[in-house]
Design a protein around this ligand. Structure first.
Ligand code: SAM
Length: 286
C-alpha cells in the first residue's frame, strides 16, 4: 500500500498509509497532494508537509479563529492570509457579527482543489456574500492595501517556500499597519517542541512591532511533536486577559457550537509551559 512520508524534519516524521490518492499536482507555487487515510480521513500536504486533515482540523481552525474574534468582542472586518483549504474561512463566517472577510491566498489552485476534494473544510464558505478572495502574496497585500481590519489571521504554511515571507519582520510590521485600534494578529507558528527557534524568532520580531505579544497553544495530532504555538500581537494588552465571564457571554451570544473551543480552553491556552516562556524571554520565577 503506498505511503506518504512527511518531510518537514529530516530526522523525525510521520507516515500515512495512502488508502486512496485523490489528486496530486505541481501548482505554480508548490507540490500538492490530497489523499484518503483510514485514520484521518482526507489529508492534504503541500511541499511534503501535512497541512490539514478532516479528522483534526477542527481543533486548529476553531482556536485560531475564535480566540482572537471572541477576545476582540466587536470584530467587523477580518483578514485571513493563506488558508486555502477553507477551514479558517468556515469558522470565521460563523460569527454573524463579522461583516466583511478578505482572504489573501497565493495559490488559486489550492482553493480550487480543496473546494473539490476537501469540501467538508469550506462547506460553502467561499460563496458567503461577505467573503472577498484575493490571489496574492500575503506580504504584498498587507504592505499595500488601504484597508484596515479588526482581526488578521495568518493561516500559512511553514516558513519554507512561499510561506517564508509570512514570518518576516516586514510582515508583522505591515499587519500592525493594517490593524484598527484594538485589532489582533494571530498566526500559525509551528509545533513549539520541534520548531523552537521559529517561535523565538517570531517573539523577537513581534516584540519590535506590538505593544502586547504572546502565544497561545493547542495540540493538533497531525502537527506532530506536541503543542502548536499561535502567535498573538495587539496594541491592547487587556485583550488576551479578557475575563472568563465576558468570553462566556460572547461565546453564548455567538450561538456557535464548537467541538474544541470553549471559554475555559481559550483562557487556558495562553498559559505556556516554563521552557516555552524561557525560549520567548518571558520566564519569571515568581
Ligand atoms: N493549517 C496549515 C498549517 O498550520 O500548516 C495551513 C493551511 S493552508 C493550506 C496554508 C496556505 O498558505 C496554503 O493554501 C498556501 O498556498 C498559503 N500560502 C503560503 N504562502 C503564502 C503567501 N506568501 N501568501 C499567501 N498565502 C500563502
Amino acid at each position: 500500500m503506498p505511503e506518504f512520508i512527511e518531510t518537514l524534519y529530516d530526522c523525525y516524521g510521520q507516515v500515512f498509509r495512502i488508502d486512496e490518492k485523490l489528486h496530486e499536482i505541481k501548482t505554480d507555487h508548490q507540490h500538492l497532494i490530497i489523499f484518503h487515510n483510514a485514520a484521518f480521513g482526507r489529508v492534504m500536504a503541500l511541499d511534503g508537509i501535512i497541512q490539514t486533515t478532516e479528522k483534526d482540523e477542527f481543533i486548529y481552525h476553531e482556536m485560531l479563529a475564535h480566540v482572537p474574534i471572541l477576545s476582540h468582542g466587536n470584530a467587523k472586518r477580518v483578514l485571513i492570509v493563506g488558508g486555502g483549504d477553507g477551514g479558517m474561512l468556515r469558522e470565521v463566517i460563523r460569527h454573524r457579527s463579522v461583516e466583511d472577510i478578505t482572504q489573501v491566498e497565493i495559490d488559486r489552485q489550492v482553493i480550487d482543489l480543496c473546494r473539490e476534494y476537501l469540501p467538508n473544510h469550506s462547506r460553502g464558505a467561499f460563496d458567503d456574500h461577505r467573503v472577498n478572495i484575493v490571489i496574492d502574496d500575503g506580504l504584498n497585500f498587507v504592505r499595500t492595501t488601504p484597508e484596515r481590519f479588526d482581526v488578521i489571521i495568518s493561516d500559512s504554511t511553514d516558513p519554507i517556500g512561499p510561506g517564508e515571507t509570512l514570518f518576516s519582520q516586514d510582515f508583522y510590521a505591515a499587519c500592525r499597519r493594517c490593524l484598527r485600534p484594538g485589532g489582533i494578529l494571530t498566526t500559525q507558528n509551528g509545533v513549539f517542541f520541534m520548531q523552537k527557534e521559529e517561535v523565538a524568532t517570531t517573539a523577537r520580531r513581534m516584540a519590535r512591532v506590538f505593544d502586547d505579544w504572546h502565544f497561545f497553544a493547542a495540540a493538533i495530532p497531525t502537527y506532530i511533536g506536541g503543542i502548536m504555538a499561535f502567535g498573538w500581537g495587539t496594541d491592547n494588552p487587556a485583550l488576551r486577559r479578557t475575563g472568563l465571564d465576558i468570553l462566556a457571554a460572547r461565546y453564548r451570544q455567538s450561538g456557535i457550537a464548537t467541538r474544541y473551543y470553549n471559554p475555559e480552553v481559550h483562557r487556558a491556552a495562553f498559559a505556556l509551559p516554563q521552557y516555552m516562556l524561557e525560549a520567548i524571554g518571558k520566564a519569571t520565577n515568581e
